[in-house]
Ligand binder design. Structure first.
Ligand code: FES
Ligand code: FES
Length: 217
């Protein structure tokens, strides 16, 4: 089998025949290893990914129709699903990250009808009939959004884990008219945490992109 014929997993990783080792399965093994008692015994096989395996509870499903990144989607979902899990686990839109899952870090920020939300705290049911934009839908085809370009130009990231949420929040910050000064940018971006401390670059990138987007305050 040539490399191009190799199966691709749901993270977009390619693997050939034989036991598949993907980033997700490696992390699952790691999770088992780090929680296993120190008995010196072999570690159990990796668990299946719980959200993929868990069936919707009977009587707790609903039909959802939403426009996500300009495309109409319909799905039968567990009514208790968060928007973040729907995007990542059902639609494969893994740009929005699960940082804290408690509304405290901003890594999961997406837009609903142009307004920023923490998708980990938003029920998927809430987007029925609405328009959702994620980092995957921000660029105009092959041309990056001015905010994405500014983050690159100002080196506004290190590990990149917080970056999709930072960029989605930054676009909203400018569109809300909250990018009039560095202090105002810091205030209105305070819900987005960067563990790498790339804040100087982030603020500079937003300042520059605000000029190009035509709205500062
Ligand atoms: S993952 Fe949603 S705010 Fe942290
Ligand atoms: S770039 Fe690493 S957490 Fe922000």
């Amino acid at each position: 089998m040539s490399q191009s014929d190799d199966p691709v997993d749901d993270d977009g990783e390619r693997h050939g025949a034989g036991p598949a080792l993907t980033r997700r399965s490696a992390l699952q093994v790691g999770a088992v290893l780090t929680t296993a008692p120190l008995t010196g015994q072999a570690v159990a096989a990796p668990r299946t990914y719980p959200l993929m395996a868990r069936p919707a509870a009977p009587g707790q499903t609903m039909k959802l129709g939403a426009t996500i990144n300009g495309r109409q989607f319909e799905a039968e979902i567990d009514a208790r699903t968060s928007l973040l899990d729907l995007l990542r686990e059902r639609f494969g839109l893994t740009g929005a990250k699960k940082g804290c899952d408690h509304g405290q870090c901003g890594a999961c920020t997406v837009h609903i009808d142009g307004r920023r939300v923490a998708s980990c705290l938003t029920l998927a049911a809430k987007v029925d009939g609405r328009r959702v934009t994620t980092i995957e839908g921000l660029s105009d085809g092959k041309r990056l959004h001015p905010m994405q370009q500014a983050f690159i130009d100002h080196d506004a990231l290190q590990c990149g884990y917080c970056t999709p949420g930072q960029i989605m929040a930054a676009v909203a910050c400018v569109q809300e008219g909250h990018a009039g000064s560095r202090d105002q940018i810091r205030e209105y971006m305070s819900g987005n945490i960067c563990r790498c401390g790339a804040y100087v670059g982030i603020v500079a990138a937003i300042e520059e992109a605000a000029g190009k987007m035509g709205r500062r305050a």
